[in-house]
Design a binder for this molecule. Sequence first.
Ligand code: C2G
Length: 134
Amino acid sequence: MKRVITYGTFDLLHYGHINLLERAKALGDYLVVAISTDEFNWNMKQKKCYFSYEDRKRMVEALRCVDLVIPETCWEQKTTDAQEYKIDTFVMGDDWEGKFDFMKDYCEVVYLPRTPEISTTQIKQDIKGMEVKK
Ligand code: C2G
């Protein structure tokens, strides 16, 4: 059984995330998704999520291609995760190209092309523009 892992915030889950997760799963048989906790997002990525960690976890867990969701609480856990979960392949979108090459000592590293036209930030901006003028 080939085991794959990927990391992310997955706030306002959209088809760009789904494209990534489905392609990650297609690289193996079992997909682990590490979702950034609210604290990690705020302290380390200065990201304020719309949905809480629990809600983001609930949505990602519901995806057919996802087998296990774990919390991402720090940048450094990737190497221990790879060992603990017996990971064969580490996958990230190519906006992270090269940033996690240290993982090559533990498993295969694959950067997949992002879905270019969509992002959580873009969704928030678009919705802001749609607000009904009172
Ligand atoms: N992604 C994508 N296409 C998009 C948006 C996101 O392929 N249009 C990918 C990203 O490249 C990433 C994953 O979906 O691999 C999750 O994206 P985010 O939720 O934005 O995660 P990020 O903030 O990049 O956190 O330790 C790694 C970090 O936790 C990654």
